[in-house]
Design a protein around this ligand. Sequence first.
Ligand SMILES: Nc1ncnc2c1ncn2[C@@H]1O[C@H](COP(=O)(O)OS(=O)(=O)O)[C@@H](OP(=O)(O)O)[C@H]1O
Length: 286
Amino acid sequence: MPLIRAAVSHHSEASWLSSHSMLPVKAIGCRNPQAIIIGVRKGGTRALLEMLNLHPDVVAATSEVHFFDQDENYDKGLAWYRSQMPPSLPGQVTVEKTPGYFSSLKAPERVHAMNSSVHLFLIVRDPVERLVSDYTQVLHNRQERDKPYQRLENILLRGGQLNTQYKAIQRSLYAVHLARWLRFFPLGQIHVVDGGNLIRDPLPELRRAERFLGLPPRITSANFYFNQTKGFYCLRGEGGLQKCLDESKGRPHPAVEGTILERLCTFFSRPNEDFFSMVGKTFNWC
Ligand SMILES: Nc1ncnc2c1ncn2[C@@H]1O[C@H](COP(=O)(O)OS(=O)(=O)O)[C@@H](OP(=O)(O)O)[C@H]1O
């Protein structure tokens, strides 16, 4: 039977997804995703997508599509969006991840207009860790381009006060963003994944994700191994192919002054409580 690669990656962090899905030509077609990982940025969205893609009934878009959060893509229409998806067999679930959707003002309504019963994943992580991870990525990009950069402490403090308008603080206000999604989707349609658990012990989170998608449990402990050098779990796919996420995932974070971390923890404690009551679940955050 002729075979075709499920998708071709042009995105550095997405290289593995393209290499392990070989589908019979006659059954393929590109479909709108039935599941979307909407965020949060730096929450572990790539790890979740790649791990879900270990399931034989899941196919995943390799790159972030940015359809619902970027007008220039949205204006290209649904046929364009579908063309960004990998081919799939009937019965397979197509998944994409674009962490920018979660904090986008327009995305909830647009996603709802595409498919009001789509399955949504939200992977969250300690908001302070997420903020530092977010800063680390921006820092890394600026250092690579020889651009000037500021210490996190200097960005965070304005006249001795916490600069709550800093984007990385705003993105960690999960309750604010979730409230917008809950205007369009019931909570039962948004599966919250604990990003800290996904790092420490991925399998139980994947089990819950399979159940949420109505899929039989096919991802097993054999799909994961801990890589001491990387310091994270890596993936074992079809034919024993082993792969860790790329070096942009799991970067060391710069040391941040303890007093600043304490102030951030205090600042986030109320919004975290709001988030816990919205999702009916607590997290062991700072
Ligand atoms: N298995 C495994 N391997 C490597 N990294 C892992 C893994 N599981 C979760 N993570 C965490 O994923 C964090 C990056 O999150 P995202 O993929 O959502 O980032 S992004 O928003 O797409 O840039 C990344 O954040 P940093 O550690 O700050 O780099 C990781 O902590």
